[in-house]
Write a protein that binds this ligand. Structure first.
Ligand code: THU
Length: 137
């Protein structure tokens, strides 16, 4: 699965976004080490707090299907009324959820404007000096 292909999956996932309140639609696609790809979109709520981000939707779908190890994630987001022109970086809680299941040194986070224009980071770059499961072993 190339980076371009994973970005395309995130782009398709974004079409399912339920975002009537913010009108900010986000799509994510995460590649598991098994080879399977899980899509996720943000799902908002009238109560605001129960809103789930696209990244966590994708990760929770994967974990609930038995996939708990991951290679990389692609994220694409922006207002529904305008073309995507900037990067939607993952929020703090989503970074911490990645930290639960992904190796900070090798897991890659791809934030995209399009299949041709994207940035990529290792999880450790976006979540330095982090707290993870090994602290509780
Ligand atoms: N959102 C995501 O889906 N992922 C992020 O990492 C940041 C924010 C969503 C949540 C909400 O539905 C909308 O974007 C505006 O915050």
């Amino acid at each position: 699965m190339t980076d371009r292909e994973l970005i395309h999956e995130a782009y398709e996932a974004r079409k399912m976004s339920y975002c009537p309140y913010s009108e900010f639609a986000v799509g994510a696609a995460i590649l598991a080490k098994s080879g399977k790809v899980y899509r996720g979109c943000n799902i908002e709520n009238a109560g605001y707090n129960p809103t789930n981000c696209a990244e966590r939707t994708a990760i929770f779908k994967a974990v609930s299907e038995g996939d708990t190890e991951f290679v990389k994630i692609a994220i694409i987001g922006g207002n529904i009324n305008t073309p995507i022109d900037s990067y939607a970086y993952p929020c703090g809680p989503c970074r911490q959820v990645m930290r639960e299941f992904c190796d900070p040194d090798s897991f890659r986070i791809i934030v995209a404007v399009s299949e041709d224009k994207y940035e990529e980071y290792f999880l450790k770059e976006l979540l330095p000096k982090s707290f993870g499961p090994e602290y509780l072993q």
